[in-house]
Design a protein. Structure first.
Length: 319
């Protein structure tokens, strides 16, 4: 089935698709846990829920964990009522049940050279039970950072793109980190923001090391942190902020840029380099500068592509 469209939020789209009785969904997300927590919460009153991964097996949201359920076929059989966990348990899932399959792309198929080969047992089990799940208002929800769906199943899955945190969500993550962050100091846990700042001793109103003593983080710093964290998952943002305190004893947007550099290094087709140039080093091009500044600060932008003859300032503008 075609990917969900438009600018509808993933949670809204998920709720509509589940309510429509579509039994096979594929959530495409780089932030697996955030996607699960958000989507699970959205339908918690309307459906029984369970979660599966290959280490923990089946974990029901409202019941105890089910033993001996780590086999990739087990969650499909359990949802269909074809698998009894033990002699005392009920046979399979009730009606109106959703099971979230974490990183299940690893079990749907495997790469053989450049070709994706479907797992015959998983694929056939899904094909055999599609109508049964639909009639019983049941669904499997794959949450994965990969869209490697075998051709035999592509027509069945409704794909929803769960985006990375938007500007509002990133602001909440940064604010939450500032509020909740703790460090270990001589065996005792305390706030990273001491009552008496070791950097400025409470004398600098813009010091980023002592917000815990009641100060409000400067808006320009918060804006820089939020903008710098665009494109990162929630854990990556929190890790970058933690690294900032280790390196600088302060909140530093450059540390977040360093986290992005780590991610980009894993992609052999992209290179990230630090530059010292500013817009003041580029003479003229006033309209282009103003346009690029607007794009850089817009939550809707994806960047700027500069095209032109050699020597007109493209490279310096990019720096």
């Amino acid at each position: 089935m075609e990917r969900g469209g438009g600018k509808m939020k993933a949670e809204d789209e998920f709720e509509k698709v589940i309510s429509a009785g579509i039994p096979t969904l594929w959530i495409y997300s780089s932030d697996i846990d955030a996607a699960f927590n958000s989507l699970s919460k959205r339908v918690q009153t309307a459906f029984h829920q369970a979660r599966w991964d290959c280490i923990r097996g089946i974990q029901t949201i409202d019941k105890a964990n089910l033993k001996n359920t780590t086999n990739p076929l087990t969650p499909l059989q359990w949802l269909s009522g074809e698998y009894t966990v033990d002699e005392t348990s009920e046979k399979g899932a009730d009606k109106n049940t959703i099971i979230f399959l974490m990183n299940y792309h690893m079990f749907v198929g495997s790469m053989c050279g450049d070709e994706l080969v479907a797992d015959p047992f998983v694929t056939q089990t899904i094909l055999n039970n599609y109508k049964r799940w639909q009639k019983a208002n049941k669904a499997i929800v794959v949450i994965s950072s990969s869209l490697t769906i075998p051709s035999e199943l592509k027509k069945l899955f409704y794909i929803i793109n769960y985006d990375l945190p938007d500007q509002k969500e990133r602001t909440e993550i940064v604010a939450g980190f500032i509020k909740d962050a703790t460090i270990e100091d001589k065996g005792t846990s305390s706030s990273v923001f001491s009552d008496v700042c070791t950097v400025c001793a409470g004398k600098d109103k813009n010091c980023v090391s002592c917000y815990g003593s009641g100060k409000t983080i400067p808006k320009d710093l918060m804006d820089n942190l939020v903008m710098s964290s665009s494109g990162l998952t929630s854990p990556e943002i929190e890790n970058a902020l933690s690294m900032s305190f280790i390196q600088h004893n302060a909140l530093n947007p450059k540390t977040i840029a360093g986290m992005k550099k780590q991610l980009i290094m894993k992609n052999t087709t992209i290179e990230m380099t630090d530059y010292e140039e500013t817009l003041d080093d580029l003479k003229g091009l006033k309209v282009l500068k103003e346009f690029c500044l607007k794009v850089a600060t817009s939550p809707l932008s994806r960047g700027v592509l500069l095209v032109g003859i050699p020597g007109c300032g493209k490279s310096l503008m990019a720096k």
